[in-house]
Write a protein that binds this ligand. Sequence first.
Ligand SMILES: NC(=O)c1ccc[n+]([C@@H]2O[C@H](COP(=O)([O-])OP(=O)(O)OC[C@H]3O[C@@H](n4cnc5c(N)ncnc54)[C@H](OP(=O)(O)O)[C@@H]3O)[C@@H](O)[C@H]2O)c1
Length: 237
Amino acid sequence: MKNLAGKTVLLSGATSGIGRALALQLARAEASLALCGRSKEKLAEVVHCCRDSGAAAIFAQAFDATDNDAVRQFVREATATLGSPAILINNAGANPGKAPVATQHIAELDYMWALNCRAPWVFTQACHPLMVAAGGGHVVNILSTTLRFANETVAGYTATKAACEAWTNIYRKEARRENIRVTAVYPGGTDTPFRTLERPDYMRPETVAEAVFQTLLLPADATVHEIVLRPAVEENF
Ligand SMILES: NC(=O)c1ccc[n+]([C@@H]2O[C@H](COP(=O)([O-])OP(=O)(O)OC[C@H]3O[C@@H](n4cnc5c(N)ncnc54)[C@H](OP(=O)(O)O)[C@@H]3O)[C@@H](O)[C@H]2O)c1
């Protein structure tokens, strides 16, 4: 089992849901955390909890991940403070509104493209040379089980996550030569502020975080390509 104590982990979308649960789990493992999200208030609360839970060090910055320069600046400043990233978890994502393909707002589609596909790409590009220089690393991209089923009115979200899946699969092949492991995570319904309706019959964010966390602990002789996990109520498979 790998020890994450003192390892630098960059995590997007750390202020809520799955990301917040992951931040706390990694703090308990005494990792050094670089956390981001948009909300300064929520970020301050997570930083406080992670400090209490045992994080070795914390760097936090609030910004919109659709701003490429802000992402690059975050990676630059976080790694200058905490050291080279051992792990990058691209978790920030959103589905701002369901709509049929025929009436999808194109401005919303552009936003989802920037957040769900381009931002993790920019994060990965910024971390890649640092991981190469350090002799390896692990990139985890949070996708969705929507990619495994044709969900009417979810085309924009599905398409932008599917575009992220496409480059994730190619990057896994390219990066293995540099000792960088790439894992795609496909959560099914998870009870988080991702949707306005509470869903106690869905997975808890802590459960999804635990699955990701256990993957990070595996020895380096295996790469977990994919994790697919669903609540029992989900029938989209
Ligand atoms: N919940 C589900 O059922 C489900 C299922 C499959 C996949 N997923 C995926 O799991 C990931 C985490 O979702 P969640 O359920 O934990 O949702 P959540 O509770 O809504 O958390 C989303 C996180 O992403 C951040 N974020 C959203 N837009 C952002 C932006 N423009 N710039 C920077 N950060 C932004 C949010 O930060 P702020 O709150 O500070 O803005 C928040 O920390 C997402 O990629 C989502 O697509 C979720």
